[in-house]
Design a protein around this ligand. Structure first.
Ligand code: GP9
Ligand code: MN
Length: 663
């Protein structure tokens, strides 16, 4: 026997003995490592035991499927599956860095809008770490070349597939059961309900999460077959228990019959309202009207992945946004009860204005559904000055005033108008097109004035300058409305649509920078302001201001309030309500400890911020929080999310209304 033959025989025997375990092991280990990496860079539980075992169990099952193929095809199968799992990791990694949640198949339709703001994503979101997963596909390919060189594919071997499958399935099941043993009790429910996506990834790993999401994204399509009846019952019971009671407070009907102008302030958070640089306020105009009107200083947006569109939806309908897709995109054909529709019934003319294309967020369709008589979108504007995503806010407001004057003259009825701003959108670029605003501090050192440009090139610095521009635009708009007599008999409402996804570290810099020493203060330093992830959550609040020119109502409301509380609160002032509103009139609270629920099940009260995915409690005033306090509210938070989800997916308002009519 020559040496070549010996080698060939050795390979044949060696690889036969090994069966295909070598390849399978390689495939499993590579994908296991990627799953660990993604959890390390997102939910930070890379080495947790349960997701590791679930991943292993999942990858064993996937590997068993390869037995259906012959060796040559089997490698193709492994490469294809690896590429798919690779893509799952990359997309979820990017997605997490943008939305702090995981991607959903049901959002494929929403992805179109992500393409439109792709600059923002590339500049602000895409981190090199998001591409690290590619190493797995490369490694597998190199391994394939190695096997080929070893003539691995030349020999087909006889295997006792049935035995292997049986062993494999049993092992996989065993691993899954051990994993389940290490999971918290609510992990099963979360896998089924899936709105707490972070927690599903933390317990089951990225692959099972994505599989779960895939299966669940099919459910709305077949909703008439599954779950409808039980959901209808659940929702009817909820409204029976929480039936609508008309408010009787002093704000009832105070603005009845008045015109309403609503400004949707893109990415406007509340904290810049408390900031000044060298004595100059960042938002002098917002501060002025906040001090002259009703300022809700503890107000939070409750958006999901539908961001701007979810803010519009929650503001107008008092329902939580869908956690299975986006209402504006996936559930535009359902029936909703919304502020424009309700005011239309009272004889109002209703319109919306936004200088982006009407297709964006499917607004063309959804604005009609919400009850706007007319939507003035990009086509109604001359794009004479572009900043960031499109027409600058200053030009948008100027041009809108002309349209509003016409509406006032033509319609002769009260009106409800929504103006959606655009400029202050991440990535806060084109700053050179905005007026100079110094985000710097001047300090005296040895009788010399030193200018500290410490926010230079930070997202925070850019954001504050952009916020200052948005504030100027709002100020100019209010002045022009006044000049045109459009503030008479009119209520102005301004809300920030959601937070701006700023960097956590930038906040520490903002609050703990010492201009004298040009360093960031640490715990040991005097005047250090502790800033943790909960402070960051609390800083995500957005402004809500209700203002009239005569300043007839002037107060600061600092009860925690969410976007779903707007319809009940503002509606009471305007003399409208929805039987299906899930929020509360903030001036009519039975329990003054109001609760703001977020789409992942986290919630906030005046006492606590509770992070549901991580089951972490943050006592805001350091007072002890009982287990019951959290338990009761956690239950209510899930109820709110699920009821809204069911109403939206199964189109239940339509049914509840017709049942009511029949009775
Ligand atoms: C686009 C604007 C931005 O028209 O409303 O949407 P967002 O990215 O904030 O959801
Ligand atoms: Mn927005």
């Amino acid at each position: 026997m020559n040496s070549k033959k010996i080698k060939e025989n050795f390979n044949k025997i060696f690889l036969n003995i090994k069966d295909d375990y070598l390849l399978v092991t390689f495939f499993i280990v590579l994908n296991l490592i990627n799953s660990i990496i993604i959890r390390l860079v997102t939910v930070k539980n890379g080495l947790s035991i349960s997701p590791l075992l679930v991943d292993l169990s999942f990858l064993i099952i996937i590997s068993l499927i390869s037995l259906l193929f012959k060796r040559k095809k089997r490698i193709k199968y492994f490469i294809t599956v690896s590429v798919i799992l690779n893509i799952v990791c990359i997309i979820n990694s990017i997605y997490y860095h943008y939305y702090s949640s995981f991607a959903s198949i049901s959002l494929l339709a929403t992805a179109v809008f992500a393409a439109d703001v792709s600059d923002a994503i590339v500049e602000n979101v895409l981190k090199p770490i998001d591409l690290i997963y590619i190493w797995q596909s490369i490694a597998l390919y190199i391994f394939y070349r190695y096997l080929k060189k070893k003539n691995y594919f030349k020999y087909e071997i006889k295997q006792e597939n049935k035995k292997i499958i049986k062993k494999g399935v049993l092992t996989s099941l065993f691993l899954f059961l051990i994993a389940a043993f290490f999971m918290p009790l609510n992990a099963w429910a979360r896998l089924y309900k899936l709105w707490n996506r972070e927690s599903v990834v933390m317990n089951y790993g990225i692959y099972v999460y994505q599989l779960d999401d895939f299966i669940q994204s099919l459910t709305p399509k077949i909703n008439s077959l599954f779950g409808h009846d039980s959901s209808l019952k659940k929702v009817s019971d909820f409204y029976e228990e929480n039936s609508y009671h008309a408010s009787q407070n002093e704000y009832k009907d105070i603005f009845k019959g008045k015109n309403v102008i609503v400004i949707h302030a893109e990415s406007m958070q509340t904290f810049p309202m408390n900031l000044s640089f060298n004595g100059e306020e960042v938002t002098p105009n917002l501060n002025k009207i906040a001090s002259e009107g009703i300022f809700f200083s503890n107000f939070y947006s409750q958006v999901g992945v539908g961001t701007s569109s979810d803010a519009e939806f929650t503001f107008n309908t008092s329902l939580m946004p869908s956690t299975r897709g986006t209402v504006f995109v996936n559930y535009f054909d359902r029936e909703y009860i919304a502020i424009p529709e309700l005011l239309k019934e009272k004889g109002y003319y209703t319109y919306s204005m936004h200088a982006n294309t009407g297709e964006f967020w499917n607004r063309n369709t959804m604005h009609k559904n919400l009850g706007y008589d007319k939507f003035y979108s990009k086509d109604s504007y001359i794009i004479d000055e572009t900043i960031g995503l499109g027409l600058s806010d200053k030009s948008f407001f100027k041009q809108s005033i002309d349209i509003m004057k016409d509406i006032k003259e033509k319609e002769g009825t009260p009106y409800y108008g929504l103006l959606i701003m655009l400029t202050n959108h991440t990535p806060f670029s084109d700053l050179e097109l905005m007026d100079e605003y110094p985000t710097t501090i001047d300090v005296d050192i040895d009788n010399q004035t030193v200018t500290r440009n410490y926010l230079n090139n930070t997202t925070m610095g850019n954001y504050l300058r952009s916020v200052h521009y948005a504030d100027q635009a709002i100020g100019e708009f209010i002045n022009n409305l006044d000049k045109e007599g459009l503030l008479e008999n009119t209520v102005l409402v301004i809300y920030g649509d959601h937070d701006a996804r700023l960097d956590f570290d930038d906040f520490n810099l903002l609050y703990n920078y010492d201009p004298i020493t040009d360093t960031i203060k640490t715990e040991e330093d005097e005047g250090y302001i502790p800033y943790n992830k909960y402070n960051y959550e609390l800083d995500r609040k957005v402004p809500l201001i209700i203002w009239t020119k005569d300043q007839s109502f002037n107060l600061d409301v600092n009860i925690p309030m969410g976007m779903i509380d707007v319809l009940p609160t503002l509606g009471n002032m305007l003399g409208i309500h929805s039987e299906y509103q899930m929020g509360k009139d903030i001036f009519e609270l039975k329990d003054p400890d109001n609760m703001v629920v977020f789409v992942d099940g986290s919630f906030l009260t005046s006492k606590v911020y509770y992070n549901s995915p991580k089951s972490e409690i943050y006592s805001i005033n350091n007072e002890p929080i009982t287990e019951d306090y959290i338990k009761i509210r956690s239950k209510y938070a899930s109820e709110l999310i699920e009821i809204s989800n069911d109403i939206i997916s199964y189109d239940l308002i339509k049914e509840l209304k017709s049942v009511k009519l029949r009775n």
